[in-house]
Design a protein around this ligand. Structure first.
Ligand SMILES: [Zn+2]
Length: 400
């Protein structure tokens, strides 16, 4: 065992036990019952606070939020929800917003202060913005290294086939440092599922990276697209490396059809991201989890051109998932919590995550009796530790 640099005493873990957490080189190197003789250079008394792993913010848009900028009123679509029109509104709004790096940092600080220690952000890469947004967000990521780990998805917000040059840009984005290839409604946006997926999975295969596709299409069109994504995933042996974000269609299906779909998704190793979106149909979280599907979550849009909501709090997101899913029992509330912690870590393929020996010492203290209470009460007054270092307290990000 390495010499312990910091011993966090009297941590109440989710299983109810009181432990002392020893940290060295940013990792958990001892986990003993409180009071066991352990010597350390420094001791921090957590005073019986509930200690949980850092939250996994699995889907956010760092480039398009106006959080911390002037309020931009939401503009409804002319005739029902239309992705094309929303993308056009977004371009107009972005043209008058504060610089992207300032807005991205505002949003990052919000997420870190609330306890997210890992994040996956989609960043626009398409014919309209080229690689400019990615360049900006890559620099922001570098600046926040040590405070939060960030994966970036090259996201074709204007479509792939509809936006000339996008296939090449997606490939270049990965070479520049993006971690995954994104996609957007292959059927309704680009009107060609197979050609759209040819590009997404083509770049992923060539570059050896994962895939995370935005899929808003509902009903049988959404289900058919999911089946095609699952087929590609299996054909390329990419199980565990592919996610479908939103997958609204899963919320429109009869139970028997949804169960069959869940079996296929689980067998293919495709993860499903839901943010429990407003009044919209959304994936049946309990049904998917019981079939073995990894369901994770994220804030998605915060104060942007898509909707005005969002607070960067993944514990609050767990509450929303539980609330909208009709979760009441302790086990169900724990499941909602798992979506924003362990399942998020699995979907993002984070190694060394969790409160266990050898894992990175990324954790959050909560003023709650236990996890079910934390999910319904969403207590603030948190301390956030990244690699054993205090990075935020009471909603404020701290720096050396
Ligand atoms: Zn999104």
């Amino acid at each position: 065992m390495s010499d312990i640099e910091t011993l966090f005493t009297r941590a109440r873990l989710p299983d109810g036990s009181s432990k002392d957490i020893g940290v060295a080189d940013g990792r958990i190197v001892s986990l003993e019952l409180t009071g066991a003789p352990v010597s350390a250079s420094r001791v921090i008394d957590l005073q019986g606070a509930l200690v949980v792993p850092g939250f996994v913010e699995g889907h956010i848009h760092l480039d398009t939020s106006f959080y911390g900028d002037t309020w931009i009123p939401h503009k409804p679509c002319t005739d029902g929800f239309d992705v094309h029109e929303r993308v056009a509104f977004q371009a107009q709004n972005m043209a008058q917003a504060a610089p992207m790096d300032v807005r991205a940092k505002n949003q990052l600080e919000l997420c870190i202060a609330n306890g997210s220690t890992h994040m996956r952000s989609h960043v626009m890469v398409d014919g309209s913005v080229g690689l400019k947004s990615l360049e900006t967000i890559l620099a922001v990521r570098e600046e926040y290294r040590g405070l939060i780990d960030i994966q970036l998805v090259a996201f074709p917000q204007s479509g792939i086939l509809k936006s000339p040059g996008t296939p090449e840009l997606l490939d270049e984005a990965i070479a520049m440092g993006a971690d995954l290839v994104g996609g957007l409604d292959p059927a309704s946006f680009d009107r060609d599922i197979e050609k759209h997926l040819d590009v997404v999975f083509g770049v992923a295969e060539k570059r050896g990276v994962g895939v995370d596709i935005h899929l808003h299409d509902g009903g049988t069109l959404g289900l058919f697209t999911i089946e095609q994504i699952c087929a590609r995933t299996r054909a390329l042996s990419m199980g565990g490396h592919v996610a479908i974000s939103h997958a609204y269609g899963l919320g429109d299906l009869l139970v028997d059809v949804a169960k069959r779909a869940a079996g296929l998704i689980a067998e293919s190793g495709v993860s499903i991201m839901t943010n429990a979106p407003g009044a919209h149909a959304f994936p049946p979280v309990a049904l998917l989890r019981s079939a073995g599907v990894t369901v994770f979550s994220g804030s998605d849009n915060i104060r942007d051109s898509w909707w005005p909501y969002g607070d960067g709090d993944m514990l609050g997101r767990a509450m929303m998932i539980g609330y909208r899913s009709g979760f009441h029992t302790d086990d169900e509330l724990k499941a909602a919590f798992d979506v924003v912690t362990e399942s998020g870590a699995k979907a993002l393929r984070l190694d060394s995550y969790g409160l266990r020996l050898g894992a990175k010492a990324d954790f959050v203290t909560l003023q709650a009796e236990h996890v079910p209470e934390a999910v319904v009460a969403v207590p603030k007054g948190r301390s956030v530790f990244k690699a054993g270092k205090l990075v935020a307290r009471d909603g404020i990000v701290l720096r050396d």
